[in-house]
Design a protein around this ligand. Sequence first.
Ligand SMILES: Nc1ncnc2c1ncn2[C@@H]1O[C@H](COP(=O)(O)OP(=O)(O)OP(=O)(O)O)[C@@H](O)[C@H]1O
Ligand SMILES: [Mg+2]
Length: 360
Amino acid sequence: MASSKAGPSAADVMGALATIKDPDLGRDVVSLGMIKDLKVDGGRVSFTFELTTPACPVRDRFEGQARDAVTGLAGVEAVEIHMTSNVRSSAPAGGLLPGVKNTIAIASGKGGVGKSTVSANLAVALAAEGARVGLLDADIYGATIPSVMGTRDQPPFDPENQKLLPVRAHGVDLISMALLTSSSQEAVVWRGPMVGKMVTQLLSEVLWGELDYLLIDLPPGTGDAPLSLAQSIALTGVAVVCTPQRMAVDIAVKAVAMFRQLNVPILGLIENMSYYECECGRRHHPFSTGGAKTASVALGIPFLGALPLDDSIREGADSGRPAAAVPGSPEAEAFRDLARKLAAQVSIRAFRRLPVIQVR
Ligand SMILES: Nc1ncnc2c1ncn2[C@@H]1O[C@H](COP(=O)(O)OP(=O)(O)OP(=O)(O)O)[C@@H](O)[C@H]1O
Ligand SMILES: [Mg+2]
């Protein structure tokens, strides 16, 4: 007698899940290899849904869609989904940073637009999403990351590997020239005539370990640091920060052109100090509006988001507790949202290199 508990076949389940499309990667989640460890036991179905980043913007939507798709199959009684993530690497094998899956430079054309503030908050936000994150302060002469991140700790030296270890703050592993210059012997080694060489040293002389994302806060402009970075490692890409004024956007456009010349992928444009919200809840745009979005459309690059001009962002940066480290605040949410959009762009880059997985 046929069992009344006959459930779906594994192929039925995969077929149902293949109707779910990743909006960023433009393909179905089965052919992208996101469904793992499928088990079908009569009417009980369980599987792992492996996202491309813990900072996945559509995590909850995917889980709901997967549950609905499988529950809708004949004979299904229970569905167990284990949501997990595995950040794919966009780095070439045998590069300068073996354990680092993705390196993301944060740049701007104009100075003072909030690059370091955005880099630090993005790093904290990505770590809060569950990613392993590093932050390199590549602004050799104007290093501000330690004060924004609230640390003055000296990076310890690991005698076994003969490398420096990063310092941990707000869940992020960071290195900055400012943490080295006051120290004794190493500081001498790090001083030198060439900014570009120092940036490469900060990358290679530090034991970064396993990281999903290494964010690199660049000095303003288009000088030695970005040039040397682009030449020494295959950057996953660069996110360019600007403010809304016409002039600032124009300079950001020039920075984009420079990175394009260096063959560095552009992950998107971030508009900082975009608006401020007064107590009555109205949004004001003291530096104009819409310029960065228009520029990103004209350049054919993603617009990653607009951040408010906000006292708590400045205070957070001044006090060493970045706004993104205050859970539940609207500013933290704004940075989390930006972090997810950036992570999605990184996933797109990594997945362009992967072959389609054939189902059945
Ligand atoms: N969204 C924001 N709201 C309020 N203040 C901000 C915001 N973003 C940055 N700031 C403040 O603006 C100032 C400049 O920011 P920051 O140092 O991050 O800019 P930068 O682009 O890294 O500068 P530089 O070009 O010198 O490296 C800091 O005082 C910072 O606290
Ligand atoms: Mg800076």
